[in-house]
Design a binder for this molecule. Structure first.
Ligand SMILES: [Zn+2]
Length: 254
């Protein structure tokens, strides 16, 4: 049977999603049912992981397909986090693959109050630039795409507080390499901070002027306004801070 080029490429893309999902699960970058992956297929379709599947045992036939508006074109139901994938493709014509995972070290680092945008290891600038942290948003709700869109437009790696990360790439390998680099860096920094307590104190991030030199060496431009800032307090925290300031103001006037 003669196979058309787009059929060959669809088959290869389905295979690549399954292989990458298996690696993500086997390397502990998410629990078995966690996360989701997608790739662009042609100009108006994506292939994506189905809802609630075991990432270590996924087969090409199990994958779901939608158009870029989210209309389901397959029998398989896509993941409940489809909105973040669609937001990435809508904002970034250069992006052909999206991975959402729950890497434990990076997620724990953010949960404990660590600023993932700080640069401790030079390699991250070459791999993906800096990690941006979006405001907290309830997973699977319609707000996810709206809240993440401005971040996905500007950054290749975006942390969702108390949840996980989204990485973007020109292809699946690049999106995976960015996820792997992010988690590896979070591991190094976490160990350095634990060991620092025993030796010379907490490691310090590289100063801004060296970060700028790294961007030049990597041939990248740091994202700047109107991009949202790299670190952002969650709206809950902002509301709490505003309420405390109001209370203090009232106290000082009475
Ligand atoms: Zn998730």
């Amino acid at each position: 049977m003669v196979m058309r080029a787009d059929q060959t490429s669809e088959r290869a893309l389905r295979q690549a999603i399954c292989e990458t999902a298996r690696v993500i699960w086997s390397r502990g970058l998410g629990a078995a049912a966690d996360g989701n992956l997608s790739v662009r297929l042609g100009s108006n379709r994506i292939i994506t992981t189905p809802s609630g599947c075991h990432k270590g045992r996924l087969t090409p036939q199990q994958l779901a397909m939608t158009d870029l508006s989210g209309k389901v074109l397959s029998r398989a139901k896509p993941s409940s986090e489809l909105a973040l994938h669609l937001a990435a493709y809508a904002e970034r014509p250069d992006v052909h693959a999206v991975i959402h995972a729950h890497p434990p070290m990076a997620t724990a680092y953010e949960l404990a109050g660590g600023a993932l945008s700080e640069v401790f290891v030079s390699e991250v600038i070459f791999a993906f630039g800096q990690v941006a942290t979006a405001p907290y948003v309830t997973p699977t709700t319609a707000d996810v795409g709206r809240v993440l869109a401005p971040y996905l437009k500007c950054y290749d790696v975006v942390m969702m507080p108390r949840h996980g990360v989204v990485t973007l790439g020109e292809d699946l390998d690049q999106a995976f390499i960015r996820l792997d680099a992010m988690e590896h860096t979070a591991r190094i920094v976490t160990f350095a901070q634990l060991l620092g307590a025993r030796f010379q104190g907490s490691p310090k991030p590289l100063p801004d002027d060296e970060v700028q030199r790294l961007y030049s060496a990597a041939g990248r431009n740091p994202s700047s306004a109107p991009c949202p800032p790299l670190e952002r307090k969650s709206s809950d925290e902002e509301r709490l801070v505003a309420a405390v300031l109001d209370e203090l103001k009232r106290g000082s006037m009475s």
